[in-house]
Design a protein around this ligand. Sequence first.
Ligand code: IPE
Ligand code: MG
Length: 222
Amino acid sequence: MDGNGRWAKKQGKMRLYGHNVGTESVRACCEYAVEHGIRYLSLFAFSEENWNRPQDEVNGLMELMLKSVLGERETFRKNNIRFRVIGDRSRLSGQLLENIDMVQDETASYTGLTLIVMLSYSGKWDILQASRRYAADCLAAGKELPLDETGFAAYLATAGIPDPDLMIRTSGEQRISNYMLWQCAYTEFYYTPVLWPDFRKNDLELAIQSYNRRERRYGKVE
Ligand code: IPE
Ligand code: MG
């Protein structure tokens, strides 16, 4: 979800205003996903690198996260949405964690859309934490445990969640920015110049139409 700051600047407003309006885009995309039976929608809300932004902006984003989590409880219930947060929990505040956990528990048995918010997340962090946990299991077992791709994926923070079919990047940037590095091995990428606060259902529709025209061969021929 990129381009909030530039969007705000264009309106002569503070960056946080852009982040706020960006939550409207989140709502629109969730609605679209529910309406079209999309099973998983993950949103890159805050990266490990984003901790290096000015403290005011970081605080504002964390407050916005807390407000959204609490504010959307009713939407989750009504729409059968399972809510998950994935990322480095050690950097999040106790209050935010408590509320995230509450809403995760509350929605754990919902069977519609799984909405995943990547918060304090980065792809390299995920691969490292998975490697550390695998190494710890080996130590505990006193031997090198067998490991294959499926086994390694089970150590990732995204365990149990299918790899993304489509990755959409807004605001004209064309890079992966440390997103799901392992999980995106065969993901289709879609880039749009639209800034995140302007990204609405019709933009998501265009991205999915583009995806539907593609042929996925996974390195094979036909
Ligand atoms: C994306 O918008 C939101 C977050 C990273 C939290 P940006 O804040 O990156 O907006 P730009 O890139 O400065 O326009
Ligand atoms: Mg940006």
